[in-house]
Design a protein around this ligand. Structure first.
Ligand code: ZN
Ligand code: ZN
Length: 169
């Protein structure tokens, strides 16, 4: 049986999302459950078993798609509808705890590495995705040749190629 996390009522602390997320992983590794609870609380989200389970899954399997996340949630919690998984993913994304990426031709993927301007490299053959750090270390990573008067806060780059597993020997 999952813990009855629904009984917890967490007060709202909006606006501290980035700090909450950073403190969830001080060493850069996967945070433990207590740190993820703190991150949910810091983002102003009520603590529920599906939210904690799905946030944990996104942390441990970066760039997982919804089907993978739903399967992991069901393995831990029993029956969880796909719609419920989508709802949790949307709530976590809107709270800034996870980030949704959608490379062309791929279903949406989710990752817990937020608040930086990292990019992705995608294998054209198997669809494997890896993180690529921002080239200059700050957003926007790329200087636009023409800003059209916009104040630019992000440059999203997708590199495409062939991963080592798919490269011909
Ligand atoms: Zn590949
Ligand atoms: Zn990433």
């Amino acid at each position: 049986m999952p813990p009855k996390l629904d009984e917890f009522q967490i007060s709202c602390h909006r606006g501290r999302v980035t700090e909450a997320t950073r403190s969830a992983s001080p060493g850069g590794g996967t945070p433990d459950e207590e740190q993820l609870v703190t991150a949910l609380r810091g983002a102003g989200l009520r603590l529920t078993a599906p939210r904690l389970t799905i946030l944990t899954e996104v942390w441990s399997h970066p760039h997982a798609d919804v089907d993978t996340i739903a399967a992991a949630a069901r393995a831990k919690l029993g029956s969880v509808s796909t719609q419920a998984v989508y709802d949790v993913l949307r709530a976590l994304s809107e709270a800034g705890l996870i980030r949704r990426i959608e490379p062309a031709g791929s279903p949406a993927r989710f990752e817990a590495r937020v608040g930086d301007n990292h990019h992705h490299i995608v294998c054209r053959v198997c669809g494997a995705i890896a993180d690529v750090d921002c080239a200059v270390g700050a957003r926007p990573c790329l200087e636009a040749s023409d800003t059209h008067g916009f104040v630019i806060d992000e440059a999203e780059v997708t590199y495409w190629g062939i991963c080592p597993d798919c490269a011909p020997a």
